[in-house]
Design a protein around this ligand. Structure first.
Ligand SMILES: *[C@@H]1O[C@H](CO)[C@@H](O)[C@H](O)[C@H]1NC(C)=O
Ligand SMILES: *[C@@H]1O[C@H](CO)[C@@H](O)[C@H](O)[C@H]1NC(C)=O
Ligand SMILES: *[C@@H]1O[C@H](CO)[C@@H](O)[C@H](O)[C@H]1NC(C)=O
Ligand SMILES: *[C@@H]1O[C@H](CO)[C@@H](O)[C@H](O)[C@H]1NC(C)=O
Ligand SMILES: *[C@@H]1O[C@H](CO)[C@@H](O)[C@H](O)[C@H]1NC(C)=O
Ligand SMILES: *[C@@H]1O[C@H](CO)[C@@H](O)[C@H](O)[C@H]1NC(C)=O
Ligand SMILES: *[C@@H]1O[C@H](CO)[C@@H](O)[C@H](O)[C@H]1NC(C)=O
Ligand SMILES: *[C@H]1O[C@H](CO)[C@@H](O)[C@H](O)[C@H]1NC(C)=O
Length: 527
């Protein structure tokens, strides 16, 4: 089946409007509730290390019954996930192997942004080694100086970031980052300011809603729609001139592909795969930019469990492009030096109203709290060990109807965030919103913004084998240490907040910053 890609003018849309008309806008939640989507410690900080992201921790969390893990609703959980012929455990559908994958030059990690060589050079990327028609070459001649200008700006930015640690911090009316939550607060701040000065993103206009330029803004996948809408409306970072762009955004929504293209219960990924392939074919035929880097300065995003799978449709997209994914499972090809962990935020109403905030530690009588379905292999262990065992460690499958999930979080010092069916869990951000220190129980998970923030400073990682010792571990954290963590949770909260329009340092800008850092690691040149 060939799915046509229509080229139409961009429709400006906003998450807070009923974009799709009444039949969808009012039914988001129920759609996502009914749709059983799912088959789906960081090192101690060192003052001199920057943008560290060596995360040893992990969470293979997933949520098949998304409404269950969706604490903001008391709706009953949806049906169990279908078993799948192409789940993560089974091999992905065959991909087009016709084109070989030229190996990109050495990948500099984000960590290395501030290292000497990386600063000066970045990662060289060009399409060399790829057959290039002469026509394209002569056209590229014209772009050369524009690209050079862009690269010169990036070189200057790298130098400024590198220097930041020796300078006094710049005044900033909104936030002067500091504290152990940041691997290097000065470098982050400088990098953020450089991003504001430099970063330009080109959003391909090809494709039409609802599959493109659109995405869910409520539900568990809300970050997908919120980001897409925010960047479409962006006047600061978005450029209409692709020759001025540092990065190129493929505005497709995997959640929408699953809703509109995937045949429910078919277990057939082909329609989604074809749509992604067609889209990349359109943009790489029409524009010179994809071929120039084989996708390395292009990014896509998905909060849907199938995001990684969708990216596999096009080998260069999977291997070269920046993938912003909630399902940031390093065992499934998530590469923290080029990919970006996307926070999963369950916005039932589309707004933060009533979600943010919680009492001080002294008014949190419960030591630890969890409620949710028995998804994946970790939660059954947790439930078996702790359900109804101990009033300090409150572990529940489901809360009684009259008990508010969010209030339980507010009454708890620690919120347990165990894996479900896949790695990302909305609980982590919910804990941060409510001032509850997150406890990550996970494998192969890279938490969001690990390139900038040190999760170890405001969260606890507990391995699966230590689940029986949960209480001892948490009680072993002194009240002074707990207070520090709590205050840091409150401080990092702003980086996870969703605003419309976006505000500086909020989740939208943090994602842009992660994209910016990945781009700083590239040096694009023409032949
Ligand atoms: C983190 O990375 C640094 C440098 O790469 C290394 O020295 C340190 O041991 C790492 N820590 C962990 C916990 O892996
Ligand atoms: C992460 O990926 C590995 C490898 O595919 C898989 O075994 C594991 O279940 C995944 N984690 C989750 C939580 O899905
Ligand atoms: C790639 O990096 C490794 C380790 O940093 C280095 O040994 C190797 O020479 C590099 N390869 C190229 C082609 O630069
Ligand atoms: C990138 O290319 C330039 C010039 O072609 C070269 O001098 C530099 O060493 C390369 N950098 C890396 C990281 O490969
Ligand atoms: C940094 O601030 C201190 C005190 O405010 C001042 O003495 C010093 O000269 C400043 N350094 C730089 C490099 O601006
Ligand atoms: C990019 O390369 C593909 C073949 O790899 C080619 O079909 C396409 O026309 C190229 N795009 C441009 C704009 O030249
Ligand atoms: C997490 O991944 C590991 C390794 O792939 C696997 O053994 C474990 O069962 C997974 N846990 C969950 C909760 O999926
Ligand atoms: C998922 O939710 C539905 C209700 O929407 C419920 O009937 C079903 O039992 C739940 N499944 C699991 C595995 O929790």
């Amino acid at each position: 089946m060939k799915l046509p890609i229509f080229v139409i003018p961009l429709v400006a849309v906003s998450c807070l409007l009923a974009v799709l008309g009444p039949q969808f806008s009012s039914d988001w939640t129920s759609f996502f509730d009914n749709y059983a989507s799912a088959w789906s410690s960081v090192s101690s900080p060192s003052e001199t290390e920057d943008f560290r992201s060596n995360t040893t921790a992990a969470v293979n969390d997933s949520v098949s019954n998304h409404s269950v893990s969706s604490p903001f609703s008391s709706s009953p959980p949806p049906p169990p996930p279908p078993s799948s012929s192409w789940s993560s455990s089974s091999p992905p559908p065959p991909i087009d192997e016709k084109q070989s994958l030229p190996q990109l030059p050495n990948m500099t990690t984000v960590n290395a942004v501030l290292e000497e060589t990386a600063i000066n050079e970045g990662r060289n990327v060009s399409s060399e080694g790829n057959y290039e028609p002469a026509v394209v070459k002569s056209r590229k001649q014209r772009e050369f100086t524009k690209l050079e200008k862009i690269e010169a700006g990036l070189r200057r930015a790298r130098a400024a970031i590198k220097e930041a640690k020796f300078l006094n911090q710049t005044h900033d009316p909104d936030l002067v980052p500091n504290g152990p939550m940041y691997w290097n607060a000065k470098a982050f701040h400088r990098s953020y300011l450089e991003m504001e000065k430099e970063l330009k993103i080109f959003v391909y206009e090809e494709g039409e809603p609802p599959l493109f330029h659109n995405g869910p803004c409520k539900s568990i996948y809300s970050t997908e729609g919120n980001f897409i809408h925010a960047i479409e409306m962006d006047t600061r970072f978005r450029t209409k001139d692709p020759d001025k762009a540092h990065v190129f955004f493929l505005p497709l929504s995997v959640a929408m592909l699953v809703q509109f293209v995937y045949v429910r219960d078919s277990h057939d990924f082909t329609p989604i795969r074809r749509t992604v392939i067609d889209y990349v074919n359109v943009i790489r035929t029409k524009y010179p930019f994809w071929n120039r880097t084989l996708g390395a300065d292009h990014f896509m995003l998905s909060c849907h469990d199938w995001g990684p799978e969708a990216s596999r449709s096009v080998p260069h997209l999977y291997k070269n492009s920046i993938r912003v994914l909630c399902n940031a499972n390093t065992s499934e090809g998530f590469n923290p030096s080029k990919d970006i962990s996307f926070p999963e935020i369950n916005l039932q109403t589309g707004f933060l109203t009533g979600i943010i905030g919680g009492p001080s530690p002294s008014r949190r009588p419960i030591l630890a709290f969890f409620a949710g379905g028995l998804h994946g292999p970790i939660r059954p262990i947790l439930i078996q060990q702790w359900e109804n065992q101990d009033s300090d460690v409150q572990v529940h499958k489901y809360l009684p109807k009259d008990v508010s999930y969010i209030d339980m979080m507010r009454k708890s010092k620690f919120c347990l965030c165990p894996s479900g069916y896949e790695v990302a869990s909305p609980r982590i951000v919910e804990a941060i919103y409510t001032g509850c220190v997150p406890v990550l129980i996970s494998d192969h998970y890279i938490p969001p913004f690990s390139d900038v923030i040190n999760w170890k400073s405001f969260s606890v990682s507990v391995s699966v084998k230590d689940i029986p010792n949960l209480k001892t571990i948490l009680q072993g954290i002194s009240s002074r240490q707990y207070l520090r963590m709590y205050l840091r949770v409150v401080k990092v909260r702003r980086h996870f907040e969703v605003h419309s329009p976006p505000k500086r340092f909020d989740v939208y800008h943090m994602i842009l910053h992660s994209v910016w850092l990945r781009r700083l690691n590239l040096r694009v040149r023409d032949r």
